[in-house]
Design a binder for this molecule. Structure first.
Ligand SMILES: [Ca+2]
Ligand SMILES: [Ca+2]
Ligand SMILES: [Ca+2]
Length: 444
């Protein structure tokens, strides 16, 4: 037993505390519908708002921390101990803990301040008013954040395979790109919702169909079937059969809705078992669509740090280690999650954070095993080593050839990049330059 006193013991002992005249909480306490997310996992813990402070049952918090709880009946205090950290909580505001009571009695239960406890044990506690949620995550990254280096001698050349609007530098928008083993490259123009097929060898572009809705990220399953994310409040995933992708007589009947209920759907990645993981953009959610089509929603616990950019789960790809890697566009991070045996997300680990990753959008693993990230607002492609080293491998000013690069996909040693051409960051205004286009880089 880590907890040296059972709840029953505490309840018995706290009877006298209820008589204390200093505990003026009774009129203030209200049930809270606040969602509490610990290490990326949504919990169903019953919390109470007392004044402006959120309190949770002490036993649950001690369990989440794996801390030892000890009650001092004489002092009416609860002590939590883990490793070398020890804090004492009481129903009186004290200078050594917080300016508010860190412990409250609610009915026959002992509640403790979520913020006071987790911050004392070096967790970040972040309240998000829009979603009425409290996110709790370790303050220290698992992998250290290296000093970013960007040297021009590491730059590699970028070529344009296809300019979607050859006569102009502005107007069209493409977010997703995917290429298959049949030398076919696919992208969706967002304004017209047009699905294009582009020959990887010649750059020739064919119009396949107009999708019911616009499309963003794309993925192929192991059989070569194509999947396209369509975000918005009612997010959808479209699917097109592999044999139809080469069809000369493509029509809209070839596009079927594979999944729905994935708000903000942005990036797509298959695991090795046919489960599709979907990043939820600004929702912060990551969805799993099982091979049988069942949708599960997981809170990533990833938050924005820049007000002007709210997208926090964007690019998404599996590593050879079986972990799911996702980019945080707002804070310039790559995070990863182990996948639990039930398909849910394990604990978040920070792989790298850098200003070079501001605008981190699509990501994909290269032939050298490193992560390549499209840093859209920087007109840059960034390499992130699994050791956390971050460096630009290509970047340019507003003239292109990178024009707000949004997605990228390797086929062998060739990297295909979609130039989204949003007018933001270095690409603002988006004229001059090439505009919406497919760029390539050769890593052979
Ligand atoms: Ca153009
Ligand atoms: Ca994206
Ligand atoms: Ca430009």
């Amino acid at each position: 037993m880590k907890k040296s006193k059972s709840l029953g013991v505490i309840v018995a002992m706290t009877g006298c505390l209820l008589l204390s005249p200093s505990t003026g909480w009774a009129a203030d306490k209200v049930d809270s519908n606040m969602q509490t997310i610990v290490d990326g996992k949504s919990t169903d813990q019953v919390s109470r708002l007392i004044g402006q402070t959120l309190y949770s049952p002490y036993a649950l918090v001690a369990d989440q921390l794996d801390a030892q709880a000890t009650w001092d009946a004489d002092q009416g205090t609860l002590t939590l101990t883990k490793g070398t950290t020890k804090i004492t909580l009481s129903d009186r505001a004290t200078s050594t803990t917080a300016s508010y009571p860190t412990l409250q009695l609610v009915g026959d239960q002992v509640f403790v301040s979520v913020r006071a406890v987790f911050e004392a044990f070096d967790y970040k506690v972040i309240y998000t008013s829009a979603t009425r949620s409290v996110t709790i995550q370790p303050s220290a990254p698992v992998i250290s954040n290296p000093t970013p280096t960007a040297t021009s001698d590491t730059y590699q050349s970028v070529s344009i395979l296809t300019d979607l609007d050859p006569s102009t530098a502005t107007g069209l928008r493409i977010e997703g790109v995917i290429a298959n083993a049949d030398n076919q490259v696919f992208t969706v123009e967002m304004g017209s919702k047009t699905l294009y097929r582009i020959a990887a060898d010649t750059g020739q572009m064919d119009t396949l169909t107009e999708l019911p809705r616009s499309g963003t990220g794309m993925a192929l399953d192991t059989d070569g079937n194509l999947y396209i994310a369509s975000g918005g409040e009612e997010g959808l995933i479209y699917r097109i059969n592999e044999e139809d992708l080469s069809s000369a007589a493509f029509d809209s009947s070839k596009v079927v809705t594979y999944a729905s209920g994935v708000p903000g759907a942005n990036g797509l990645a298959f695991d090795g078992s046919g489960n599709l993981y979907v990043s939820g953009g600004a929702t912060g959610a990551i969805y799993k669509v099982s091979a049988s089509g069942q949708v599960s929603t997981y809170a990533s616990g990833i938050l924005p740090t820049r007000e002007e950019q709210k997208i926090v789960v964007n690019g998404i790809a599996f590593g050879t280690d079986g972990q799911l890697y996702v980019s945080n566009t707002s804070s310039g991070e790559v995070n990863r999650f182990a996948i639990n045996s039930d398909g849910s997300l394990g604990q978040r680990q920070l792989v790298a954070q850098s200003p070079l990753l501001y605008g981190a959008d699509g990501l994909n693993f290269g032939p050298d095993g490193a992560i390549y990230v499209a840093a859209n607002e920087r007109n840059a492609i960034v390499r992130v080593g699994l050791d956390g080293q971050v460096r630009d491998i290509a970047s340019n000013n507003n003239n292109g050839p990178l024009e707000f690069p949004a997605s990228l996909h390797f086929v062998g040693n060739t990297l295909y990049i979609s130039n989204f051409d949003q007018p933001r960051g270095i690409n603002n205004p988006n004229d001059p330059g090439i505009g919406a286009s497919i760029a390539t880089m050769d890593f052979s």
